[in-house]
Ligand binder design. Structure first.
Ligand SMILES: [Zn+2]
Length: 354
């Protein structure tokens, strides 16, 4: 009888147009330094062909300011995106008074889910570290390295071997092995991993590198495979960062930023394809802040004439304070709406998976 009632309720909810589908998996993609102008630049460059951004089921906007600055850095914004708390610039995983706070990954673990981070920079960099570390300085790389080893992250793929050597000397493999991690130093070892143990892939001494082609998409695909094994029925949360979009904004280099955006978009395509095949998956794509103050202007001051070409102009070598787009795909895409704080994304995701 109970079962019959439940199915009637399920049917009624379905008829009401409200999705009864639970969010089992979350793929959270963060383009570090990716502003709306970076996205627009890719649209201009593609001749307004349909990009993966155009395919979003829903979009929203977020305000990025930190607790102590209208212009955020990647530590404070990473903390907001990972934990739902505004903090001071340079702080990771803690409030302005230094209190450590839980991240989306901790909530996922409590719900029995597997967790992963995939980046193009080193794994100790601000954005990934916000998901597992707690320190008042993003530059405490050796402490952050130890916090990664002692974290509950199941799959970590990126660079950063040099900091591991600084902490563990020649015995990196033994030390991370003691924490249950299999160490991969080549991408082929990632492909051979079967998900039986946690995986730490340190593919470079520092960052994996700019203009790394299909690396981010390939690493995302492998992480999804491994997390599916480790999360089983409970699912997973995966954070993927297009880390170096930011650096090319700092360098005011439009061509180089396009290459980083291209790599990031291919990773989004992998995530969205996964969500299409698994209807219990939510994909959230956003950024921590805009970098470079990029503007797209007419090459001719008289834009009343027909097209004379466009120019990409930068207004700072730092970050800017413009709102950042959020693109949502798949189950639960309607749960983040309108203009929100950067902290609202993590809060909403935590509610959805808890
Ligand atoms: Zn930056």
């Amino acid at each position: 009888m109970k079962r019959v009632l439940l199915s009637i309720v399920a049917v009624l909810i379905g008829v009401g147009g409200v999705s009864a589908q639970e969010v089992k998996n979350v793929i959270y993609l963060i383009g570090d330094g990716m502003g709306l102008s970076s996205v627009s630049m890719m649209m201009v460059e593609s001749g307004y062909e349909t990009t993966i951004f155009d395919e979003a089921d829903n979009v929203a906007l977020q305000k990025t300011y930190s607790a102590d600055n209208r212009i955020t850095d990647s530590a404070a914004s990473g903390t907001a995106l990972a934990t739902g708390y505004k903090t001071n610039n340079t702080y990771l995983g803690c409030t302005p008074d230094g209190k450590a706070v839980e991240s989306l990954m901790d909530v996922a673990k409590r719900a029995g889910k597997a967790t992963g981070v995939v980046v193009t920079t080193y794994l100790q960099h601000a954005t990934p570290a916000a998901f597992y570390a707690h320190t008042q300085s993003r530059h405490n790389y050796e402490i952050i390295t130890q916090q990664l080893v002692n974290s509950q992250i199941d799959v970590a793929i990126g660079g950063g071997m040099e900091y591991f050597r600084k902490v563990y000397g020649e015995e990196v493999r033994e030390h991370v092995g003691g924490a249950g991690f299999t160490l991969a130093e080549e991408f082929s070892s990632v492909e051979q991993a079967n998900g039986d143990s946690r995986l730490l892939a340190l593919l470079a001494d520092w960052e994996v590198g700019s203009n790394s082609g299909s690396y981010l998409a390939d690493a995302t695909r492998e992480a999804l495979r491994l997390l599916e094994c480790r999360g089983g029925e409970e699912g997973f949360v995966l954070m993927v960062e297009g880390s170096l979009i930011d650096g090319m904004g700092h360098a005011n280099d439009a061509k180089a930023q396009q290459a980083e955006m291209q790599g990031f978009m291919e990773a989004i395509e992998v995530a969205v394809a996964y969500a299409k095949e698994h209807d219990d998956t939510l994909v959230v794509v956003t950024s921590d802040h805009e970098t470079g103050g990029l503007s797209i202007v007419s090459a001719d001051a008289n834009f009343n004439l027909s097209e004379q070409g466009v120019e990409y102009r930068w207004t700072t070598q730092g970050h800017s304070g413009v709102m950042i787009p959020i693109y949502l795909y798949g189950t639960g895409n309607e749960k983040i709406n309108g203009i929100v704080e950067n902290t609202d994304i993590a809060k909403r995701l935590m509610e959805l998976i808890d």
